[in-house]
Design a protein around this ligand. Structure first.
Ligand code: NAD
Length: 314
């Protein structure tokens, strides 16, 4: 088990034996050991010949031996972080050798993925955008879905590696298509968490028992992932963020970042996304009120406090 926020070099020799799969022969690097990166890297430790990991919180970039790796993943918070990791003065691209495939699993703007491709190709290495669907539990269970953008033959080359951490690998199209698919999914998720939260807040106002209301939603057309898997109301489900004082996982500031990207994509493509815009204003208001570090299902509590669009109504 690796600990988050540390630099370590791990090889299969230090791992538990008796594994029932073929070890991956690639030398793999991992950058960004947060809520998602840590469990994903842990799957690779068991299944790869060697893994080098790095997180900014610990030591100097110099200790990250990228030159030894031919497959490198990044899983960092947002666009400027990935750009810095790639092209900063000590960045990946100053060290990566020819034949290396860089894969960015972070949720970023499709145009950022295109920029990363350009930077990578200029440095003589390959790039794929490989963001993931599935939250921390799916990362822990190794059941993520990878949405890949880039050349089909590269996706084929890394498929078995991705399947060490996930269950499905979908080639969405050219560079940026993986990031585009991810951002569409997250806009839906963000809106749906607010929809579920306000529905349950209304039910509460009407004096309906919320466990019963959830049961009704979950067998009816109102059912969503937010109602049946990550319910935002404390006391309805066990082992979800609402049962743990909304500790992250997936932070409000990350969903607000994703909605900022979806709104930018909407303006670039003239797509009508009024609910996305409204959802963004609500998650932004949550961040501005000091809730950016909470799990995003805190939307329920925030709406109960009648704070919407940054304006406190009472
Ligand atoms: P996190 O904040 O927990 O982790 C990010 C990690 O990156 C931190 O440990 C940070 O120290 C490290 N980091 C930042 N800059 C770095 C640098 N220059 N070099 C090395 N390390 C650096 O975030 P997370 O929840 O793990 O999310 C990571 C990405 O995955 C985000 O883009 C997020 O939108 C996306 N995502 C998150 C979830 C989720 O449920 N949390 C699900 C799917 C996708």
């Amino acid at each position: 088990m690796i600990t988050s926020r540390s630099i370590v070099k791990l090889t299969s020799k230090s791992l538990n034996q008796g594994l029932h799969f073929q070890k991956c022969q690639a030398h793999v690097g991992w950058i960004g050991l947060g809520f998602m990166g840590t469990p994903m890297a842990n799957h690779l430790i068991n299944k790869c010949n060697s893994l080098v990991v790095y997180d900014i919180n610990s030591a100097a970039v110099e200790q990250f031996k990228a030159k030894e790796c031919d497959r490198v993943f990044t899983m960092v918070p947002a666009d400027p972080y990935v750009i810095e990791v790639f092209s900063g003065s000590n960045g990946l691209l100053t060290k990566a050798k020819k034949g290396t495939i860089l894969m960015d699993c972070s949720t970023v703007h499709p145009n950022t993925s295109k920029k990363l491709l350009q930077l990578s190709n200029d440095a003589g290495v390959d790039f794929l955008d490989t963001p993931v669907a599935g939250a921390v539990p799916a990362a822990n269970a190794g059941t993520l879905t990878f949405m890949c953008g880039g050349k089909a033959h590269l996706v084929k080359k890394v498929e078995s590696l991705l399947l060490c951490m996930g269950r499905r690998v979908i080639h969405c199209g050219d560079t940026g298509a993986g990031s585009a698919a991810k951002i569409c999914n997250n806009m839906m998720l963000a809106i749906s968490m607010i929809g579920t939260s306000e529905t349950l807040a209304l039910a509460q106002g009407l004096g309906i028992d919320l466990k019963m209301m959830t049961e009704i939603l979950n067998i009816s057309s109102g059912r969503t992932w937010c109602s049946d898997t990550y319910n935002p109301v404390p006391g309805i489900m066990e082992n979800v963020p609402s049962a743990r004082d909304y500790k992250p996982g997936f932070k409000v500031e990350l969903i607000a970042k994703d909605l900022g990207i979806s709104q930018s994509c909407a303006s670039l493509t003239d797509a009508p996304t009024p609910m996305g815009a409204l959802a963004l204003s609500i998650y932004k208001a949550m961040t501005n009120n000091g809730h950016g570090e909470r799990y995003f299902s805190y939307a329920y509590q925030f709406l109960l406090k009648k704070v919407a669009g940054g304006v406190r109504k009472s």
